[in-house]
Design a protein around this ligand. Structure first.
Ligand code: CA
Length: 229
């Protein structure tokens, strides 16, 4: 679950980024509309949902929506704005926004609206991801493993959860460090050379508690492969 957040107010942007990260989203936060368009147009990442502020330097949130829809891109968009006049709301929806949130708002409401947008988006949303003995539940953001006849929840950090989700979506494929880096770390993340292998080590350790440590295999010189067991 990756989100593009475009908000030019630093305090609000930081607060939203923090709240979303806690909910296990990977968050690319930019403060300028033109820069946001680069992210979308260059296809640097595949987003689950986007949050655009209305008034932004560069391109406005409305212009970003219009450009997306002109390209037949149906990425779900939530617009943020201080305006609450009816005609503004209509203009936002006409431009292709899927929902609308008036500032100031509570983070709980923002998160609920984003979950609702994801549920309404048939091509991106399915409530569960089941691979082998593992089941990922998007409503509770948990992964459980079937052991004998019981399902046990694996306690994961946000990054471990994202990593395991990625592997579950690419079973039995060799994925390399760059693919994982691009998919799971923010575009602006500092390139720390061993961050991927460090996270994989942590995830393996968690999986080992459930006798699943052999699921992530190191393929020498190529990357990693997620095996079903
Ligand atoms: Ca603004």
């Amino acid at each position: 679950m990756r989100i593009l957040l475009v908000e030019d107010e630093p305090d609000l942007g930081r607060a939203i980024q923090r709240a979303l990260t806690r909910e296990k989203y990977i968050v690319d936060w930019v403060q300028d509309g033109s820069e946001a368009w680069n992210y979308l147009d260059n296809g640097w990442a595949t987003y689950t949902v986007a949050v655009f502020d209305w008034l932004l330097p560069g391109l406005s949130g409305i212009e970003l929506c219009q450009r997306l829809r002109q390209q037949q891109n149906s990425l779900p968009v939530l617009m943020l704005t201080a305006r609450d006049r009816l005609e503004d709301k209509v203009a936002g929806l006409d431009a292709g926004a899927d929902d609308y949130l008036v500032k100031p708002f509570g983070m709980i409401e923002l998160l609920a609206r984003l979950r609702a947008l994801q549920r309404r988006s048939p091509q991106t949303y399915s409530p569960f991801l089941q691979v082998g003995r593992l089941t990922l539940d998007y409503a509770t953001l948990t992964v459980s493993v079937q052991q004998s006849s019981q399902a046990q929840i694996i306690q994961l950090t946000a990054k471990e959860f994202q990593l395991l989700e990625y592997f579950m979506k690419h079973p039995q494929q060799i994925v390399n460090r760059d693919q994982l880096m691009n998919a799971l770390w923010e575009v602006q993340a500092e390139p720390i050379s061993n961050v991927v292998s460090a996270q994989i080590r942590l995830l393996r350790r968690k999986l080992a508690d459930y006798n699943c440590d052999d699921m992530i295999e190191t393929v020498y010189g190529l990357g990693y492969r997620f095996n079903l067991s």
